[in-house]
Design a binder for this molecule. Structure first.
Ligand code: HGY
Ligand code: MN
Ligand code: MN
Length: 416
């Protein structure tokens, strides 16, 4: 298999400029991004990405979940393509690089191949997966989950946001529903390049993360039922306090995660009080517990303990307790052959690297169920992500994109 010469590199300025041009669409309030899935800003970002892909000579496919597939032909169109993907949707207070770096680095690989006039046997496809974040519509990685056969299309279309709008209606509203059946495509290999979203690579002074595994995850949505009452005139002994129950459950989740160290995390990022009035004890409290571990046994043990303890906490306060798993994937082992190819590319290019486990979930966690998949990571400043202050350097961005270029082109097989 011919490898691209080690002198071949992507164009860092073009990649960097594309990232920051896209960041103008759906800007946050503090320099980051708020381009939530299926919003008008998401639609505008899709349109810009499509225009760039067409400018690079790519044909655009669109499936029924709105996932975008930009294809560069190979010399043998009968061969299964090599895919490069990630996501363009962001958190409400997200950074400029989460997801975007991977999709636009995929486009940069194509642009560089075009510049160099390199042809590959296999087609190469760049993917923008719909709703990776799961911020507006749970669960995360929804479109790649349907693609991998984990969720049905009906389930996905029925997911609702905090205002009761459904995924299907919103996808139709922004005009990005495709005809292509979801999951019909066959992938020879899938690569995802992403910021680490954690502190390890920066602390270890490594430019490249060779991702061997991904943490598993449970999202447990609790609905606690208390009694709405006046916060001033209701005696403490008469209260049915769902807010207090939530606080005690959060404390218990912290204790469960700490008891499983190292290699376990647990916390809550979202909660809703109803009626959410400052002088009314909540009748209902809804919140999602997010627990993760690279070890299946730890992950399952944490879930079991939390689901056993929470009802006891609620019962002691007379609070009703219901729980629903609204997101899950098992710990992931990425394809060893592709992992080795990423590591070899980093070595060939002279970039410092280390093996790493992905702390965050990614679409690669689902594609890994249907095709050989792996990931590449670059450091991020202070390990910060899902925060508008998320930051990386251009050099970090470019190094990972170079490794992506070499690993993908080698897998797609250069035609002399
Ligand atoms: O939740 C995650 O790990 C990803 O950011 N969707
Ligand atoms: Mn992401
Ligand atoms: Mn994210």
């Amino acid at each position: 298999m011919t490898s691209p010469g080690e002198n071949l590199r992507i164009n860092p300025d073009r990649l960097w400029n594309s990232i920051h041009e896209l960041a103008e669409i759906g800007p946050g309030v503090a320099g980051g991004s708020n381009r939530q899935t299926l919003t008008d800003d998401d639609a505008r970002g899709r349109t810009l990405f499509k225009s760039w892909c067409e400018g690079a000579g790519l044909g655009m496919g669109l499936d029924q979940m709105g996932t975008m597939f930009a294809r560069r032909e190979g010399t043998d169109p009968s061969l299964d393509p090599v895919y490069i993907g990630s996501h363009l949707d962001t958190q409400p207070t997200g950074g400029r690089y989460d997801g975007v770096l991977g999709v636009l680095s995929g486009l940069e690989v194509i642009r560089t191949l075009n510049d160099l006039g390199i042809r590959t046997r296999r087609p190469i496809v760049v993917v923008n997966w719909t709703n990776e974040e799961g911020a507006r519509f749970a669960p995360a990685m929804l479109a790649s989950g349907v693609f991998a056969g984990v969720h049905t299309l009906d389930y996905a279309y029925g997911r609702k946001d905090g205002e009761g709008k459904s995924f299907g209606d919103e996808l139709r509203r922004i005009g990005w529903v495709g005809d292509e059946p979801v999951g019909a495509r066959r992938m020879h290999a899938y690569f995802e390049y992403h910021i680490e979203q954690g502190p390890i690579l920066e602390a270890e002074h490594k430019q490249i993360g060779v991702v061997t595994h991904g943490q598993g995850l449970w999202w447990l949505e609790f609905t606690l039922t208390g009694k709405e009452a006046h916060t001033g005139s209701t005696p403490m002994r008469m209260r049915v306090n769902a807010g207090l129950a939530m606080a005690r459950i959060l404390e218990m989740v912290q204790e469960v995660a700490m008891s499983e160290q190292p290699g376990a995390v647990g916390g809550v990022g979202q909660m809703r009080f109803s009626p959410n009035s400052r002088n009314v004890l909540p009748g209902t409290v809804v919140f999602t517990v997010d627990i993760r571990s690279p070890e299946q046994k730890k992950l399952d043990r944490m879930r079991a303990r939390i689901e056993a303890e929470a009802p006891k906490i609620c019962a002691a306060l007379g609070v009703g307790c219901a729980v629903e798993a609204v997101g899950h994937f098992d710990p992931v082992t990425f394809d060893p052959t592709l992992v080795a190819r990423v590591r070899a590319a980093a070595e060939k290019l002279g970039y410092s690297h280390m093996d790493i486990i992905s702390g965050a979930g990614h679409d690669a966690c689902w594609t890994n169920k249907v095709a050989p998949s792996t990931m590449i990571m670059c450091p991020c400043v202070d390990g910060l992500s899902h925060n508008e202050a998320e930051d990386i350097s251009k050099d970090w961005a470019a190094a990972g994109a170079d490794v992506l270029f070499h690993a993908v082109v080698e897998t797609a097989e250069i035609v002399e």
